[in-house]
Design a protein around this ligand. Sequence first.
Ligand code: PEP
Ligand code: MG
Length: 553
Amino acid sequence: MITLRGKPVMEGIAIGILRFLEAEARTVEDAGSVECTPEEMKKRFYEIREAVAAECAGLAERARVEVGQSEAEIFATHRLMVLDGDLEDAVLSGIEAGKSLADAIRQAGEGLAAMLAAMEDDYLRARAADAKDVCARLIAALRGERAGVSRLDVPTVLAAADITPAELLQSDRTQLMGFFTADGATGSHTAILARSLALPSAVAVGSLPDRSLEGETVIVDGFTGEVIVSPDTRTLALYCEKQAAVKAERQLEETFRGLPNCTLDGYEVQVVCNIGRGEEAAAVLQNDGGGVGLFRSEFLYLESPDFPSEETQYRVYRRLLEDMGGRPVVIRTMDVGADKQVGYFGIGREENPALGYRSIRICMDRPEILTTQLRALYRASAFGKLSILVPMIISPSELLWVRTKEQEVRDELRAEGITFDPDVKLGIMIETPAAAVVSDLLAKDADFFSIGTNDLTQYALAMDRQNPRIERFYDPHHPAILRMIATVVENAHREGKKVSVCGELARDTSLTPFFLSAGVDSLSVSPPYVLRLRRAIRECDRSKVKMKDFLKT
Ligand code: PEP
Ligand code: MG
């Protein structure tokens, strides 16, 4: 029995026969090209280019029907890349320089990928992997192959150095149970597609098992990222049980799709999603989320080699708003600092970073960071239903400072003739005991509250949320936390303002009756938890909830 540990991509348990997705099929060989003249090679290039472009168009259509519009766009982009004039010029010059067709395509692809990787724009930079994928497909076509494993005879778990979205979509999904990769990232297109296809999977497991193990049974635990090759009988039985339980649970949850988030006694709340990347919009829709309750914009900064420009941010926010098609989207201004350090911010070492230079505190010293972000947000606001959320606010003066910056941005955009939504709401995170205690004052100036229970617990209990040694003491059910939540809701409602809970606690269904009885208006959870939470809401009768038990009063 061999256990590998990677990063979980999609929850669930996959059990199948181990099969390696042949890396060789995706590398370049020059077979068959030596005897061709340059003219013949050019003709062949145009033939395979047409074929691959048509294949991409077919995949886009298949993705649109089977998965959704965002996934379809992955392949529509691939089609444009295949037909790209720069790629064509590079291939033709390679042929003229005496290279084989496969070599010319490979070098052209590498050139395009390197150019994209050097781009300032995050979106374009992330397309470097797509450029490589496109060229691998051209070469596969040259060799008369198609990417992916189109026919599988038995329930299979695929293993590969990396898997492309096309390979995943083209694989025989009646038999594909899951996959794991040595490399890869949880935010890649492949990962996004895996979530949309609900394929239990793990990436970045390090090295793959030995090839001789092909044909062995393998388990992928998509909850933990663990991969077990050749499990012993006891382990296999345990995971079969786990898998059956997950399946039964999912089937039940599915029956809640499309239903209102309404309690037995008629109280309706919003169930929205927490995401960190624009691409996760697909998972929100796939899981029947009502919108985005928390977009952690700091990931944009974390993934960038320098401050993301207004233009880069604008594109990401606009696309997210468009993808969400008019559903509400709450974007939080960057919460860099503490456990989310970004080198180019130059924060330096701090004794207690969680109590240190973080989010709004940085912006108050360097207002241009906030202004750039607010401009991008406001410009994007014309394309959907945007609300802006500011983290780590502890006093009304900070909020009023943000309001002045917001007003300046509105005035600037108006003067520049740029349209924006004048009704954008500005809310704040309640994630410190200070904010909870003065929430009556904050509620006068904020348009809404979003309670961040992760930090609220850390700061109220004086327990580092990152420290594994004290994890068992880190108790977000502590009555101190629940009392603060109840007070915050009361104070907000007194001023006619709404309250969302967006920390991890929101998905804890043992607390759903408490949140609903306290009067929380919205719960924001990771996409896979939407239906589970809806079920808990619909099974709750607020008249039966004993708040005293939660609050220990
Ligand atoms: C929180 O603190 O609960 C929260 C949602 O914000 P983050 O986890 O990003 O700090
Ligand atoms: Mg927080």
